[in-house]
Design a protein around this ligand. Structure first.
Ligand code: SAM
Ligand code: SF4
Ligand code: SF4
Length: 366
């Protein structure tokens, strides 16, 4: 299949990759550090307290991130999600949100967080222009929650954060639950019950073999179908259709009108065919798949003329020459893209692909 440009329904050119997928979304990791040590993401044995995370000067600055987003918007990006590591650990994050929400043609700026700082941050995020938020919460039981996050903690704190987000007017609020067999799978219906009728949308996520370092155990995978059947047996649900092309969650609504839930089934029902996402890591590497091994270094493009620029200029936007090079780099990268890891894994009928080193989820952002 030829990559290049096609016309969208509103007659804007749409950049497509080698599998004819348009570029629409960008996930931006703003920091690689986290205050949790979820065992499926940053196991404590590999990510101890002294772990060498990125130094502040290695992180893209907010003007640099804005320059990448503006270049991407020129190529078709309409949705951005801020992630990490834990994005609320990045100092001054509301300033980045303020910058991004002012970019013309960028229709949606979202954020995904572990919720631990949300009680304090919700109002500030809303005031900066954030509209919606996703909060990760895998368990309502203090013991299980602490075991999964490998940190003494209480899910009540996250629930308070979710309440603060709702009170601040962030909408929709989504709750993401990664389901693992024998660890929190028995809690799936309870999680649905917790948020039914509140407007909060729970999304059940299949445990994935992202990265190479978190000791993936295929026996812990719970196919979404099982959770869907369990919820349906308690409160009947029906498919609700998707909101837009490339939506990762299969949406369902409760027949009694108590709202909706979703399922993200990348292991058992891969959606590579409609994957419209690029990922920007905190160090400026760009990845075209969650399971990529190599990224494209945008930081060196962004800082190519740093020596020539004064400190004040460096706080402003990139030069026209840097913007042109960024756009060229993004466009070439997307046009060459033919990644479809999850579909290939399924075709090969294998649970994982252990031989190849993959970039970690906390680095490129989930
Ligand atoms: N720290 C924030 C959080 O936890 O929401 C944002 C970054 S985190 C990497 C983004 C999402 O990736 C979270 O919902 C997390 O549960 C999910 N995630 C991380 N590792 C995963 C895995 N092995 N399988 C499925 N989801 C995973
Ligand atoms: Fe941190 Fe999110 Fe990874 Fe958990 S999933 S360790 S909260 S980055
Ligand atoms: Fe997209 Fe890669 Fe996931 Fe497929 S495996 S849906 S291409 S991120």
């Amino acid at each position: 299949m030829e990559s290049g440009y096609t016309k969208s329904s509103d007659s804007h050119p749409v950049l497509t990759d080698r599998l004819a997928r348009p570029l629409r979304d960008l996930r931006i990791s703003v920091i690689d550090q986290c205050n949790f040590r979820c065992r499926y993401c940053m196991p404590r044995d590999l990510f101890s307290e002294g772990h060498p995370f990125l130094a502040p000067r290695q992180l893209l600055t907010f003007p640099e991130i804005e320059a990448v987003v503006r270049a991407g918007v020129g190529l078709g990006i309409r949705k951005v999600k801020i992630t990490g590591g834990e994005p609320l650990l990045r100092p001054g994050l509301d300033q980045l949100i303020r910058r991004l929400t002012q970019i013309p043609d960028l229709e949606d700026v979202g954020l995904i967080t572990n919720g631990s700082q949300l009680t304090v941050a919700a109002e500030r995020l809303k005031a900066a222009g954030l509209k919606r938020i996703s909060v990760s919460l895998d368990s309502l039981e203090p013991q299980t929650f602490s075991w999964i996050t490998d940190r003494a903690g209480d899910p009540a704190r996250i629930l308070n954060g979710i309440d603060a987000a709702r009170r601040a007017g962030l909408a929709p609020v989504k709750v993401n639950m990664v389901v693992q067999r024998g660890i929190n799978s028995a809690e799936a219906v309870k999680m649905a019950a917790q948020f039914r009728g509140t407007g909060v949308i729970v999304r059940f996520i299949e445990y994935m073999d992202v990265g190479s370092r978190h000791h993936y155990q295929s026996g812990l995978l719970v196919p979404s179908r099982e959770i869907r059947d369990a919820v349906h047996a308690r409160w009947p649900i029906e498919p609700a259709g998707s909101n837009y092309f490339g939506e990762v969650a299969d949406r369902y609504r409760y027949l009694d009108g108590a709202g909706e839930i979703g399922f993200i089934s990348s292991m058992t029902q891969p959606f590579c065919g409609s994957c419209t996402r690029l990922r920007l890591a905190a160090d400026g590497k760009l990845y075209n798949c969650l399971f990529a091994s190599e990224g494209l270094d945008l930081r060196s493009i962004l800082r190519a003329d740093a020596a020539k620029r004064s400190q004040t200029e460096a706080l402003q936007l990139a030069s026209p020459e840097v913007c042109r090079r960024l756009e060229e780099a993004l466009s070439g990268f997307w046009r060459a893209r033919d990644d479809r890891y999850s579909e290939r894994r399924q075709e090969q009928n294998s649970d994982t692909e252990p031989q190849r080193r993959k970039v970690e989820m906390y680095q490129m952002g989930g």
